[in-house]
Design a protein around this ligand. Structure first.
Ligand code: GLU
Length: 505
């Protein structure tokens, strides 16, 4: 028998955020799609920190990114701190690599030194503006500027020796048709005449995004670059860079944007604030404190499940899915190119479903982490209570609102409910509840006994139940009345009725 073995190149993907602030939910979705794609075939998910622009770096951002990913159950296989031949994983620790690699492009004539000062470039720009044109540093203008293409070799060597400030620019070929391919968007064409000679190495000797990104993707053996749509305009330059180095390109996939709920523009912090929801996974403790979905009461499984539906949909009827199940189904090629509106209600729906399948113990841990009063509540009883109310909860935080009357006496009573129960005989019902609490030895049939008494004394079951509920809960909400009474016990029932009666409502 002949055995056919398919050898699949092991997928290596990376999530490459810049540590400029907390990770936005859009970035999290990018990380998630990368992770799902890699894990489907047992590949590697790499976290690379793109911190080449030190001025934009924000303290705590890298830690936040890692914490947020971990909270979602995403643990990078390689990340800052991992010892491997592919590291280090912070670009600021890889300068020696970029210095080596840039030499290759200069030597092969694909990159050149440029000595133009900021002022000189600014004056070129304004000259062009006066003529109604836009200044582009490219094949048309470069020979009239100060660079190693327009100057003699001796001049260039002299300037470099004396330490004259310079950048290294990419020599974008003239009039070249660049045919780019994207897994999600297919092929497109762009003429190189539209591109400028991008700076690859800055005057301070550090690389720019384009250069470091391509060099690292190559050296880290990245097979698929999956990133946000906002990076699509960089694709042509990246294609040219791979070609200039003579390197095999990875596949590229640009994910659709996550849009504001009204479909207008990229999901922003401001639209979150307006709609009363966060756009970050967990709390950000930076200068401005920001709440995350975690604090809002969303479970990581709910958020992950919902985020996968933004731009991709699992097979019909697959229902609620865990990270592990999603891993088995994810298909990069079925990601769509159109932006997806963020929909809080849909997220809550997913969260609700995940709350139903979560264990009560797990939910109590989450609830106690979020809510001070819940933290002070005895765990075992809280676990039972959570089990009784969770079918009504969309978020973990709502659990407390749904069950607090099982532990705390009502501080106030809902006006509308009071109006309904303020009828002749209210005092009589209250006295009966108090006396039944003293005389019955079966708390589990309390409501039935009360109804029988009501029947004999001219009170309908509705009135009896509404009155008891309002007094015990503070309003006409809550779980089954008999369950409430059995849970809180007759002593508490009696105490609450006495307190209510004293209030002269
Ligand atoms: N550093 C870029 C970012 O902040 C990475 C873009 C890419 O994945 O190529 O998103």
């Amino acid at each position: 028998m002949i055995k056919i073995i398919f050898i699949n190149t092991l997928r290596r993907v990376r999530f490459a955020p810049s540590p400029t602030g907390p990770l936005h939910v859009g970035g999290l979705r990018t990380a998630l799609f990368n992770y799902l794609f890699a894990k489907r075939t047992g590949g590697s998910f790499i976290l690379r920190i793109e911190d080449t622009d030190k001025r934009r770096e924000v303290a705590g951002a890298e830690k936040y990114i890692i914490d947020a990913l971990n909270w979602c159950g995403i643990f990078p296989d390689e990340r800052p701190g991992t010892k491997s031949a592919f590291g280090p994983y912070r670009q600021s620790e890889r300068n020696h690599i970029y210095s080596e690699e840039i030499k290759k492009l200069i030597d092969s004539g694909h990159a050149y030194y440029a000595f133009d000062s900021e002022e000189e470039l600014a004056s070129c720009r304004s000259e062009c503006e006066k003529r109604g044109e836009t200044f582009i540093y490219n094949f048309e203008s470069r020979l009239a500027l100060k660079n190693s293409l327009s100057m003699s070799k001796g001049e260039v060597t002299g300037l470099l020796k004396e330490g004259k400030g310079h950048v290294v620019r990419f020599l974008v070929p003239k009039n070249k048709n660049i045919n780019t391919v994207d897994v999600i968007r297919g092929e497109s064409n762009i003429n190189s005449g539209l591109l400028d000679d991008k700076v690859l190495m800055k005057a301070d000797g550090t690389p720019t995004y384009h250069f470091a990104n391509v060099v690292d993707d190559h050296l880290m053996k990245i097979t698929h670059v999956i990133r946000g749509e906002e990076w699509l305009p960089s694709l042509a330059i990246h294609f040219l860079l791979y070609e200039a180095f003579g390197w095999k390109r990875p596949s590229f996939a640009h994910l659709p944007l996550i849009l504001n709920p009204n479909g207008k523009g990229k999901l922003s912090k401001r639209s979150g604030e307006k709609g009363g929801f966060p756009v970050f996974p967990i709390r950000w403790e930076g200068e401005t404190k920001l709440t995350g979905f975690k604090e809002y009461g969303i479970l990581p499984a709910g958020l992950v499940n919902y985020l996968t539906t933004l731009g991709w949909s699992p097979k019909e009827g697959s229902g609620i899915l865990s990270l592990e199940e999603l891993t088995k189904m994810f298909q990069l090629k079925s990601v769509v190119s159109g932006g997806a509106n963020f929909d809080l209600e849909k997220l809550k729906w997913f969260n609700h479903k995940h709350i139903q399948v979560a264990s009560n113990e797990f939910l109590v841990d989450k609830l106690q982490a979020l809510n001070d009063s819940a933290r002070k509540t005895e765990k075992k009883r809280l676990t039972n209570a959570v089990g009784m109310v969770k079918e009504r909860a969309n978020t973990v935080s709502e659990l407390w609102e749904l069950l607090k009357y099982l532990f705390l006496d009502p501080k106030e009573y809902d006006e509308k409910s009071l109006k309904k129960i303020k009828k002749d005989g209210l005092d009589k019902i209250c006295s009966e509840i108090i006396s039944l609490c003293e005389n019955t030895d079966d708390p589990d049939s309390f409501v039935d006994s009360l109804k029988i008494w009501g029947d004999k004394n001219g009170f309908g079951a509705g009135q009896i139940m509404m009155t008891t509920r309002t007094i015990l809960v503070g309003g006409l909400s809550g779980i089954d009345l008999q369950k409430i009474i059995s849970f809180i016990g007759l002593e508490v029932v009696s105490k609450r009725v006495v307190a209510f009666s004293k209030m002269n409502i």
